[in-house]
Structure formats: C-alpha cells, structure tokens
Design a protein around this ligand. Structure first.
Ligand code: URC
Length: 330
C-alpha cells in the first residue's frame, strides 16, 4: 500500500509538517450505520498537518544547474497553503486536498504533478453543564486528542484536458485497543521451537492501521457527503466487532472487521489492515477475590498481520455463509 502510494518520480520537492488550524468549516453530516453513534461533526476545529510534494520535468535544471527560475520556495508553498485555507468551502479532508491541489496547480502552471497529504489532528468536543440538559458540547472548547487520526493523500497530474486524479488514499492510523477478556490464541503449530502457551482468555491489545478506497473516488468528494465514509465510523465498526467477537486470533478479527466495513459501504472497493500485537504480559493470574489480574507491557519483538480485501472477498464470504446456513437447515 505504501509502495503503491509513494512518489515514484525521483525528482520532487516540497514541504512537510505544515500545521494549519482553520475554525468553523462547514459542518459534516453523514449517513448513520448501526455500529456507530457518529453522524457528523460540527467542524468547528479543522486542524491539519499537511505535506505538499510537487514535480515537473522543467525542474531538472534546478537540480542539475542550480537554476532557481522555476523554483517556488517551499516557504512560499507553506504560505500558500496557510492563506488559501481561508477559501476552503467543503467539509472533509478529501475535499480540502482536492481544493488545495487545484488552486496550487492553477497558480504554478509549470508544475506537472502534485501530491498533498494530511493528517487530521483530532480535537474532541468537551462537555459542559447546561441549563436544559445535564451536559452538552461546549462548541467553543475542544480537547486535543492523542488518539488515532485519519490520514489522507491526494495525487493529481496536469493532463491534456485538465487535471487527472492519479492516486488517493484514506486510513485510520494508530488505533490502539485493549480487550480485557474474551480473546483466544490456540491450536497453532507446536514443534521444537514453540514456547508460547495456548491462551483461551488473553488480554488482547492491538495497534491497527485501517485503510479504505472508494470504487469511484468521486463518492468521497460529493458536496452533501451522502456517500462519504468517515474515519470515526471505521473506528466504531472496529470497536463493535472487537467487543462482540470472541476472536481466535488477530488474523480472524481483522478479516471480520474488513467484511463488515465492505458490507456497510457498497461505495468502497477495497479495505486493508496493518495490525500489531501488543498483548499485555501477565504477571499475576488472579487478584484474590476478584477477576482482576496484573499485567505489564509486552517485550519486543512484536508480531504483525496484514490483510487487504476487495468486494470479491465479501461475495466469496457470503457464499460460504449461505452454504453453511443451507447445510444447517437440512
Ligand atoms: O493473534 C495472533 N496471531 C498470531 O499469529 C500470533 N502469534 C503469536 O505468537 N501470537 C499471536 N496472536
């Protein structure tokens, strides 16, 4: 995935860590799903860490000869992004990246391509006492969250007839989840190298990155966001399945989460996972008189899993389920 989205061109330059904090962006409203209470955000704080990369054959002499006549200083790129953020009228990071890429390429016509990526820095609403309901969202005060965040990229090139979108991606990065009981890992290969005991109730701590791709990227950019897939719902689907399933392994857990994501969003063509096993190490099996235990941080090295699935995997899984249901009813 990273390879697929990396810039293949050897000649490029740009600026990273452009921090831009825009307030009162148009609120986002999305379709509800059963696994999530998230139906949108007020977008009062729209905070991004942006990276811009540009390329053009005409830039060769800047590398080979030190000829800066076509070099837009990366300092000016940063200023452009900061100032033009005032002109953004959309409500999603995806539409922001498309907007910013377009106005940048309109301004600097010698450039052939641009990649913009952004992490949405999470600021959560805080609850304050109110007269009507016991607590309500402040609408003024937001709390910087150090939890998972959405990371998006958008790549565009100048073509014969206008711009062409040549790449895009969305992912939820650094979701860290602990399930304190109800996870297993048993039945794996046992041979002369095996020291790990089978576990029928382990405290499963996972780190996850989850990416998704629209079958038609136009769906990510619709004005009313009626087919928009928000990172918050991807996260909530993962929470729900982790809660509900008695997982036999991380492999099976991410497979089931992937199927559910594709089921919920027919507009997605693909979903992928990178997971990391951070299962706590048990120190005390049982705290007397309670079901509590004592754990500590696991020692490295850590295991990982990867999985990428498309709609054909969902169809195949459905056929297997139907065949199993038919066999049972006989
Ligand atoms: O969910 C897991 N999958 C594995 O492949 C594995 N391997 C391991 O040592 N622990 C685990 N846990």
């Amino acid at each position: 995935m990273m390879e697929h989205n990396s810039i293949k061109r050897t000649m490029h330059y740009g600026k990273g860590d452009v921090l831009v904090y825009r307030t009162f962006v148009k609120p986002l409203h999305v379709q509800p799903i059963p696994e999530s209470a998230f139906t949108g955000t007020d977008n009062v704080v729209f905070a991004l860490n942006v990276k811009i990369t540009v390329w053009a054959d005409a830039l060769l002499s800047s590398f080979s000869e030190g000829d800066n006549t076509l070099v837009v200083a990366t300092d000016s790129m940063k200023n452009f992004i900061l100032r033009r953020t005032a002109d953004f009228t959309g409500s999603t990071v995806e539409s922001y990246l498309q907007f910013m890429a377009t106005v940048f390429m309109d301004k600097y016509t010698h450039l052939t391509g641009i990649e913009l990526s952004a992490e949405r820095i999470p600021f959560d609403p805080v609850l304050v006492p109110s007269d009507e309901t016991p607590f309500q969202e402040s609408g003024l005060v937001y709390r910087h969250s150090r939890n998972e965040s959405g990371v998006y990229t958008f790549r565009m090139e100048r073509g014969e007839n206008g711009y062409r979108i040549v790449g895009q991606s969305a992912k939820l990065s650094n979701l860290h989840l602990i399930k304190v009981k109800g996870s297993m890992f048993a039945g794996f290969v046992r041979d002369e190298y095996t020291t790990l005991a089978e576990s029928f109730d382990r405290p499963l701590y996972i780190y996850l990155n989850i990416g998704w791709e629209y079958a038609d990227y136009g769906d990510a950019l619709l004005e009313e966001a009626e087919r928009y897939v928000p990172a918050e719902q991807i996260s909530d689907i993962t929470h729900t399945l982790f809660h509900q399933l008695n997982s036999p392994s991380i492999q099976k857990l991410i497979y089931d989460v992937g199927l559910r994501i594709l089921e919920r969003y027919p507009q997605l063509g693909k979903v992928w996972f990178e997971s990391n096993n951070r299962t706590w190490e048990t120190i005390v099996e049982q705290v007397p008189g309670s079901e509590g235990r004592v754990y500590t941080e696991p020692r490295p090295p850590y295991g990982f899993q990867g999985f990428s699935m498309t709609r054909s995997d969902l169809q195949a899984a459905k056929r297997v389920q139907e065949a199993a249901a038919a066999a049972e009813s006989k």
